[in-house]
Every structure is written in structure tokens, then in C-alpha cells.
Design a protein around this ligand. Structure first.
Ligand code: GLU
Length: 299
């Protein structure tokens, strides 16, 4: 059974790029008769707000996307993450890290790709275990990982050159994204992860973490980002590109679905439609790789 998921962080409204990812994950699961779930990734402390999450759920529902299982909020899942930390410690895969953000900024290295990823240079690997008082990093093993990406085809990355040993637990007691995402995809039996290209560079790292935690490896698909009409990053303009803001400017939800459907290769012309009408036309081989520019009139 296919189980797809959409896992937004409730730090603001969902813009067209997020909605495109959500729709692709929904179509991919539904076109194969699978289940589809939503998970709220609110481990990122103060930037996450319950109201943003509730609004995101409303917007997804307005497009016709509702979670088949009750929505999990990661802020409720501390016990599961703590257990995973104990498992990884038992496997000798964790070490305390004392580097501050400032220390890391001082180590100048070229930003990697356009997502600005800089690998952590594993400076604290030699440190002995100090318990849960310190920040904790996951010790990667050497070598590249490969995976078959549904959108991009065969992929191959060395996680040590992309992320370095990732942070899993922060000094302030919060669990970090890489841990939460891997634990929850395993817990929820997710078999398909569809997400933005900005996260392609962390996939090999997360696959290593799955292997350490004996979590089955899901299929991945990384989608090109939605850009402004001139091809530049949406940046602050993204805020004006939520469902509600577009609706206020007279652009209906069915029209937005039509544009998204065309951008995912389901239909040839932009025409108002429902997500159910797109389902039978969805195929990963037809989804264009690369960025998608917004129509001039929407931006
Ligand atoms: N919560 C992450 C985000 O909104 C996505 C995580 C994922 O899909 O793996 O950027």
C-alpha cells in the first residue's frame, strides 16, 4: 500500500510552491490507489504557530486534500524522538557538539548549491558522551548513498560533503528536523516522500539515519521550486501567493488547481478543474524537472 505524505512546517501560509508539492504528493498517492496523510512539522520552536498550521489545513481542504489519518503535530512526539536518541546512542552514532552558530559561521566555506547548505566539518566527533545536556550530532558513515528519485531519476550523493554530521538534538532541549522527519515517516509507514528541490541535498543524510534506526526507505521525489515570473526566488513575494490572497484578487481555487495541474504535466492547457479530475492524468514521467515560473498576472 502506498502511503504518501505532505509535511509542512507551520511557519506561515502555504504559497503556490508548497501547494504544488502538496498536490503532487496527493496525486502520486491517489493515482496508485494509495493513502495520503498530512503531518505538521512544528519542531522549529518559536517560528511555528498552531494558527498557521490550522490555516494550512483549511487551505489544503479547500483544494480537496484532507489527511486520511488524524494529523500528527511533531511538538506532541517528544517521547518518540527521545527513544530514537537512546537507540542511536546505543549504536554509538551520537556525539556531543559544542560548536556555536558563530563558530560555524567563522569557518568560511562556499555555500553549497543554491540552497546554501554548508557541511558541518565534524569538529566535535572526538568528544565523549555527556548525556542530554549538550547538543547531539549523528555520526555519518563514509561513502555515497544512492536512491531512485521518482521525479529526477537515479541520484547519488555523499552526505558528508552536503550536510556533514547533522544535528539531531539541540542544547535547548528541542529535537531537530532530521530526527523528527525520519522517526515520523517510519512511525507513519510513509512509502513516498514528495518535497521541494531545496531538500534534495539532505536526502542522503536522512537515508543514513533511516538505516541506523532500521526504518524502511521510502521512495523520494524532489520537485523544482516555483519562482517569480522572471525566474528569481519568490522570497517575500511568496506571502502574497497563498490561496486566500489569490482568491481576493479574483483567482479562484479551481483556476489555481488548473495552473498547478498543468505545471505537473497532467493537462496541456490551463483550465479550471478539481484535483480529482487530475488524478488519472498524473504520471511522474510527465512532471517537468526544473523550476516553474509563475504567470505574470499572478505575481
Ligand atoms: N517540513 C519541511 C518543510 O516544510 C519538509 C520536510 C520534508 O518534506 O521532508 O520544509
Amino acid at each position: 500500500m502506498i502511503i504518501g505524505r505532505f509535511a509542512p512546517s507551520p511557519t506561515g501560509i502555504l504559497h503556490l510552491g508548497n501547494l504544488r508539492t502538496a498536490l503532487a504528493s496527493w496525486l502520486s498517492a491517489r493515482s496508485k490507489g494509495g493513502r495520503w496523510i498530512i503531518r505538521m512539522e512544528d519542531v522549529d520552536g518559536p517560528r511555528c504557530r498552531r494558527e498557521f498550521g490550522e490555516q494550512q489545513l483549511k487551505d489544503l481542504a479547500a483544494m480537496g486534500m484532507e489527511s486520511d489519518s488524524p494529523v500528527i503535530w511533531q511538538s506532541d512526539r517528544g517521547d518518540a524522538y527521545r527513544e530514537a536518541i537512546h537507540t542511536l546512542h546505543g549504536l554509538n552514532r551520537l556525539y556531543p557538539c559544542h560548536c556555536t552558530r558563530k563558530d560555524l559561521q567563522k569557518l568560511s566555506s562556499a555555500p553549497h548549491e543554491e540552497d546554501g547548505l554548508r557541511p558541518y566539518p565534524n569538529l566535535c566527533r572526538h568528544r565523549p558522551w555527556e548525556g542530554l545536556e549538550a547538543a547531539l550530532r549523528f555520526r555519518l558513515t563514509d561513502g555515497a548513498m544512492d536512491w531512485a528519485d521518482l521525479a529526477l531519476g537515479p541520484q547519488y550523493d555523499d552526505p558528508s560533503t552536503l550536510t556533514g554530521d547533522p544535528l539531531l538534538f539541540r542544547r535547548d532541549g528541542m529535537f531537530a528536523y532530521h530526527l523528527a522527519v525520519v522517526v515520523d515517516d517510519g512511525f507513519q509507514g510513509v512509502t513516498e516522500i514528495v518535497r521541494g528541490m531545496d531538500l534534495r541535498g539532505v536526502t542522503a543524510t536522512q537515508i543514513q539515519l533511516q538505516e541506523a534506526l532500521s526504518v524502511p526507505r521510502p521512495a523520494y521525489a524532489h520537485l523544482g521550486l516555483v519562482t517569480a515570473p522572471d525566474g528569481c526566488r519568490l522570497g517575500k513575494r511568496a506571502g502574497a501567493l497563498g490561496l486566500e490572497a489569490l482568491r481576493q484578487r479574483g483567482i479562484g481555487t479551481d483556476e489555481i488547481i488548473g495552473w498547478l495541474g498543468r505545471s505537473l504535466g497532467c493537462i496541456d492547457h490551463i483550465e479550471p478543474c478539481t484535483i480529482n479530475e487530475l488524478t488519472q492524468h498524473f504520471q511522474w514521467s510527465k512532471v517537468p524537472i526544473g523550476k516553474v515560473a509563475l504567470p505574470e498576472s499572478w505575481s
